[in-house]
Design a protein around this ligand. Structure first.
Ligand SMILES: *[C@@H]1O[C@H](CO)[C@@H](O)[C@H](O)[C@H]1NC(C)=O
Ligand SMILES: *[C@@H]1O[C@H](CO)[C@@H](O)[C@H](O)[C@H]1NC(C)=O
Ligand SMILES: *[C@@H]1O[C@H](CO)[C@@H](O)[C@H](O)[C@H]1NC(C)=O
Length: 404
């Protein structure tokens, strides 16, 4: 075992150091012209092409990040939305395309627009169309100095305030994966939910001790994100050369058949269309901060849901006033707030035991304000890319929104 650890870490270091120059080079084009997104952005490439109206919006967070949102103000027929706004928040390594890639019949963004909702789709810091900052460039290390704590405390409130202010209405929220963790933590601290009507949480991320994705597990157990940070890789580009080599190295060392990497990361998705999957991957998986992965790795190793751990009591004291990072208390999520929660029996990131702990946190939630939908055959990506996701999941979300 010790040998395996040593070789994993050396592969990680070797791959990353050799690919590093290339990594920085790859990161440059999207950060040079942050305003070019009007031409090749999400609206033009993924929404207007399907015959829908689309507006590009921008919001600045309190810590200076300039984030993009897309709005679908009408259905395919051109009929203006007459129902409340909905905010769709993607997960790790993804962006707004999450809610559009499945096309008009099976993607939540289009389905909601066709059902009369005013659809807003957010893109968190570091993704392709949210790489602006009032003073930092995306090549600065400080640009990548954040974890999901900041996604919850800066990005989410910025999006919610912006949509609330623009529409004058309370909002339905839908999060996938990390987009659920952002919302649960904000709600547990009494933030944001007072501008929301309800929240639908798909593949929820909370208690991660039992995560059984082999790739996530190895990444966490061997502190790989920490090693990357130490050698100066602060932006992790998932299908950049560095990360690809790292994962290939892991597959070789551990003798895994990694022809289906996605399954090793997310679980055996039941219902993906390979053409659509490929166009999603062609768009590119999105960068995240190495610090964000360190934080998630801490959750996988400890099972705790807490703020980022600086790894020593001195620094924790400086940031938090105590030796340990303050925990988030999910039993404090407001009990009358309407929640819809859906999870999958094959999901290796939002695996069943962890979701049961989350449901236990919510056990005193007002009964008719918590709807739970379990899909035995679904894994992590099915929740937005399954070919049957409308029938299996989204129709239930529409019914849930109708009554909340
Ligand atoms: C990162 O941000 C924290 C505050 O969240 C700050 O204390 C620290 O100095 C920053 N580090 C860098 C390298 O900018
Ligand atoms: C709210 O929206 C109005 C116009 O829609 C804008 O002038 C104002 O600056 C916005 N306020 C905030 C806090 O975003
Ligand atoms: C997969 O998606 C493509 C592109 O949207 C579509 O043309 C094709 O019919 C789909 N295949 C199946 C088996 O559903």
């Amino acid at each position: 075992m010790a040998n395996t650890v040593v070789s994993l870490v050396s592969i990680a270091l070797l791959c990353i150091t050799t690919a590093q120059g290339r990594t920085n080079f790859e990161a440059t084009p999207s950060s040079v012209n942050d305003h070019d997104f009007q031409i090749d952005g999400i609206c033009q490439t993924a929404v207007v092409t399907q015959g829908y109206q689309c507006e590009e919006h921008e919001v600045q967070t309190d810590d200076g990040y300039i984030l993009s949102l897309q709005r679908l103000p009408a259905g395919r027929s051109g009929q203006k939305a007459d129902k409340p706004p909905v905010l769709l928040q993607h997960g790790l390594f993804c962006d707004a395309l999450t809610w559009l890639i499945n096309g008009p019949d099976e993607a939540l963004g289009f389905i909601l627009a066709d059902n009369g909702y005013d659809v807003w789709i957010s893109n968190t810091r570091g993704t392709k169309y949210s790489r602006g900052h009032r003073s930092l460039g995306s090549n600065d290390a400080a640009f990548w100095n954040w974890s999901w704590d900041e996604l919850a405390s800066y990005d989410l409130p910025a999006f919610v305030n912006y949509v609330h202010n623009n529409t004058g209405q309370n909002i339905h929220y839908v999060g996938h994966s990390l987009g659920t963790l952002m919302a649960f933590t904000a709600f547990s601290e009494g933030q944001v939910f007072n501008m929301l009507r309800s929240a639908a949480m798909l593949s929820p991320i909370a208690h991660m001790r039992e995560v059984n994705s082999p790739i996530a597990r190895i990444f966490a157990d061997y502190y790989l994100a920490h090693h990357l940070d130490v050698i100066g890789v602060h932006e992790l580009i998932p299908n950049g050369e560095a990360a690809t080599k790292l994962v290939e190295g892991l597959c070789t060392t551990l003798k895994l058949d990694c022809s289906n990497l996605l399954a090793y990361l997310t679980g055996p998705n039941c219902c993906l269309n390979s053409t659509k999957l490929n166009s999603f991957l062609d768009h590119g998986l999105q960068s995240t901060a190495t610090k964000n992965l360190i934080h998630l790795s801490q959750m996988i190793r400890t099972g705790n849901i807490a703020k980022y751990d600086y790894g020593n009591s001195l620094q924790n004291r400086q940031h938090y006033g105590g030796a340990f990072p303050p925990p988030y208390d999910f039993t404090a999520i407001p009990k009358e707030f309407p929640l819809f929660l859906s999870y999958g029996g094959s999901d290796m990131l939002s695996e069943v035991k962890g979701v049961q702990l989350l449901l236990n946190d919510l056990k005193s939630h007002v009964a008719n304000k918590l709807v739970v939908l379990f899909r035995k055959e679904y894994a992590h990506v099915d929740f937005f890319m399954a070919t049957n996701v409308k029938e299996v999941l989204y129709d239930s979300i529409l019914s849930f929104f109708q009554v909340n």
